[in-house]
Design a protein around this ligand. Structure first.
Ligand code: AMP
Ligand code: GLY
Length: 425
């Protein structure tokens, strides 16, 4: 088979790595990929948002299966377009991807179907938002969210009125997230441990992946602004068998079923960002794609051929072949550029990478990297993902941190507490 992977992050490197282990696969392309995917796939310089360009490429190359990493091509309708041309593709249709594209759609959907989530109000203008805050509908801290895609950065947790006012201004007046600032969601703040719960579905049946937990805040102890994710572990230490079953029964399954009933058949990956509260699990958000970095530890634990997993979705027979997972624990630490998630410099020489990659204990996935004159340099905020497994989470994390210590680039920073999750909210 010829497979095309769309995207350029650590998630896509991990997907290419796992796809390359399938005996069914002869050739992998990655659009546009990074310096890591270049080692196992042919990188092609087409943007993930250039649906026409990707479609032409896939037709010309007779690609047997396309796997989409990021959300934007999905919300632009890449799956609809590819299927129209008779091309096999893994991901949800445009109308189903709205569950991530519009936080307001997702909230109203959950409300209609009694899927547990935080209480909320919608504001259509800055003035309306200020009034909701002033009326004290929700106690502080209050959560203010832009209604659209903002690369995980359009959510602000506001401790007081001044902070809430600042958030409203940033989103709705200064329009920092563009048209995502037309409407905002104002939400009650939920307390608990977070979990990223991921399932695949063919629109009717679902198969859950092993549990994971992301570490969103930039600094140790859950401090500092939120990022796309600074590290992830699998399994989540906070989800036991009963809670797992409850999440599938009360959240994931009803979501897939109700979407189908509403004419939004959902096939692909459904990712629920959950808060495990004292009143039970509640949905913070849905994503229409794999998590990054959650995919990395999940992939390390997957024993099945990932092509079979993708095809079960595309061909509508999820559950017919059980997905097999290892019982080991896995982790991932994100090595980031100084200044991420705000301003950071690129083009810093990466040292010690070869030594880290040769370590038998860990697998290093590339995210924002580039090969320049035969040398690896930084090319993004999240640069490398050091991942590994162990009999226990502690063992996995020890190996990961030993390997991470071999890598250096100017202003490198990473969290030292991934997997010691007690500090998280
Ligand atoms: P979202 O993109 O909606 O998942 O929000 C990003 C992050 O903001 C989440 O992972 C949480 O850490 C935090 N967050 C979002 N909504 C809430 C909420 N209602 N209560 C507490 N934290 C939240
Ligand atoms: N790590 C968070 C996400 O993929 O949305």
């Amino acid at each position: 088979m010829k497979v095309l992977v769309v995207g350029s992050g650590g998630r896509e490197h991990a997907l290419c790595w796992k796809i390359s282990q399938s005996r069914k696969v002869k050739k992998i392309f990655c659009a546009p990929g990074n310096a890591g995917t270049a080692k196992i796939a042919e990188n092609i310089s087409i943007s993930p948002n250039d649906i026409n360009g990707l479609k032409k490429f896939a037709s010309k190359e007779k690609i047997d299966l396309t796997v989409v990493g990021p959300e934007i091509p999905l919300t632009l309708g890449i799956v609809d377009e590819f299927e129209h041309m008779g091309l096999k593709i893994f991901g949800p249709y445009k109308i189903a991807a709205e569950i991530e594209e519009s936080k307001i759609f997702a909230k109203q959907f959950m409300e209609r179907h009694k899927i547990p989530t935080a209480r909320y109000k919608i504001a259509h203008s800055a003035e309306e938002a200020r009034k909701i805050i002033e009326r004290g509908v929700f106690p502080y801290p209050v959560v203010i969210k832009a209604d659209g895609l903002a690369a995980g950065k359009g959510v602000m947790i506001c401790r007081n009125k001044v902070k809430a006012e600042e958030a409203i201004k940033t989103i709705m007046v200064d329009k920092k997230f563009g048209k995502s600032g037309k409407r905002v969601l104002i939400e009650e703040f939920l307390r608990g441990k977070e979990a990223s719960f991921i399932v695949i579905s063919d629109g009717v049946k679902i198969a859950p992946f092993v549990t994971t937990m992301d570490h969103k805040a930039v600094f140790d102890g859950g401090r500092g602004p939120n990022t796309g994710g600074m590290g992830a572990i699998s399994p989540s230490p906070f989800i036991d068998r009963d809670l797992f079953n409850e999440i599938v029964k009360n959240i994931m399954f009803p979501t897939i079923t109700r979407l189908l009933e509403e004419g939004r058949k959902y096939k692909g990956v459904l990712y629920a960002g959950l808060m495990l509260t004292e009143q039970g699990p509640k949905v913070l958000e849905f994503n229409c794609r794999f998590g990054d970095p959650e995919t990395q530890p999940q992939i390390l634990r997957m024993q099945s051929d990932i092509i079979d997993v993708f095809l079960s979705v595309v061909e509508g027979n999820v559950l017919e072949k059980e997905i097999k997972w290892s019982n080991e624990a896995a982790g991932c630490v994100v090595l980031a550029s100084g200044g991420y998630p705000t301003k950071y410099e690129k083009g810093k020489l990466i040292e010690g990478l070869k030594e880290a990659e040769e370590s038998k204990d860990c697998t290093v996935f590339h995210a924002g990297t580039k090969l320049e004159n035969g040398k690896y340099v930084t090319d993004g905020g999240r640069v490398l993902n050091v991942c590994g497994t162990g009999k226990t989470l502690k063992e996995a994390m020890e190996k990961i941190y030993m390997t991470s210590a071999k890598i250096y680039f100017e202003a490198i920073h990473y969290r030292r507490d991934i997997g010691t999750v007690k500090e998280e909210k």
